[in-house]
Design a protein around this ligand. Structure first.
Ligand code: DGY
Length: 321
């Protein structure tokens, strides 16, 4: 290691080829080799003296942590959402922050559909029952779910991923409603109609959440929003924990106020509200929205490219502000 060589700390296990790319560019790499992302003092210990940091959404990089890393100049987040990083605190210290948009759009849209289908057609619940040995034959009135084709889909957050979800709905003959802070031009959302949030919640058979987490979107779906939804409705959250009030959701699923939920993200993840874990009508996955080999490798490589841009004095291709 030379005094001026770029040093990168990687707070979660990544792919060997991504590490090799950084090393080939002259980086000294200190990589954590576990799927459980480093946090707090452990992350500080790894990153001490490093001028760049590669982290996933599971590592919290807040002002207190940044204060302990005075050499840091660049943070490359592996993920499009970056609410794990205090961007304002980083910028106040002259630290660049980047993320990985676009590369995961289609894969994450697929996951929203997978959760919608699994919840609507009771896939996880019926499979568990089958594996437990209960199946005696086809019951015509058993395991009845709700249709996806021909139904009304409501999308809250019509950005890149929301639009990719809406595009898929055309093939299933669905009516698509969306709610966004701003109404999009018809060319951007050709098969979708902007409506107020309460109209979307009242009229949709399936509601998919795709908004970034922020103080403004905290508990965007809580008791009063769930009360507007149909008793057969499916709620899908592939956005971020905290966008949904998990306690209120568990209550709504338990009381039959809504039909089912498909969740990939949670408040306080990886800890999941005990009542959600016990509910048969909740399909629960461990934040795997972007988890295909091609997409995860694409995300890590894009984060690496952002680091390489910074290293050669360019503005990283995906800075956030
Ligand atoms: C993202 O990119 O934001 C995904 O949720 C993975 O963290």
């Amino acid at each position: 290691m030379t005094a001026n060589s770029p040093q990168v700390a990687i707070g979660v296990r990544v792919f060997p080829e991504s590490i090799a790319k950084l090393q080939a560019a002259g980086f000294t790499v200190r990589a954590h080799d576990s799927a459980q992302a480093l946090q707090g003092a452990d992350l500080v210990a790894l990153a001490k003296g490093a001028n760049s940091l590669l982290v996933s959404a599971s590592s919290r990089v807040d002002a207190a942590l940044l204060e302990q890393l005075p050499h840091l100049r660049m943070i490359a987040n592996i993920g499009v959402g970056y609410n794990n990083i205090d961007v304002a605190a980083a910028q106040a210290r002259g630290i660049q922050v980047s993320n990985t948009p676009d590369v995961l759009t289609e894969t994450t849209a697929d996951m929203a559909w997978a959760l919608m289908f699994a919840a609507a057609r009771r896939i996880s619940e019926s499979e568990r029952w089958l594996r437990e040995g209960h199946w005696q034959g086809i019951a015509l009135d058993g395991w009845l779910g709700v249709d996806v084709h021909g139904s009304t889909l409501g999308i809250i957050g019509m950005g890149r991923i929301g639009s990719a979800i809406a595009r898929r709905a055309q093939g299933f003959g669905m009516r698509v409603l969306y709610h966004n802070r701003t109404q999009l031009p018809a060319t951007t959302a050709p098969n979708a109609t902007w409506v107020e949030k309460h109209t979307l919640l009242q009229e949709s058979d399936h509601v998919i959440l795709v908004v970034p987490y922020s103080p403004q979107t905290h508990h965007l779906i809580g008791t009063s929003e769930l009360a507007l939804m149909k008793p057969t409705a499916v709620l899908v959250n592939i956005a971020r924990g905290g966008v949904v009030d998990d306690v209120a959701l568990a209550q709504a699923l338990k009381s039959g106020q809504i039909g089912a939920a498909g969740l990939d993200v949670y408040e306080n993840e990886p800890h999941i509200h005990a009542e959600l874990l016990a509910l048969p009508n909740a399909v629960l996955t461990p934040h795997i929205g972007s988890a295909t080999k091609r997409t995860r490798l694409g995300m890590v490589n894009l984060a690496v490219d952002n680091l390489l841009d910074w290293h050669v004095g360019k503005i990283p291709r995906n800075t956030v502000s």
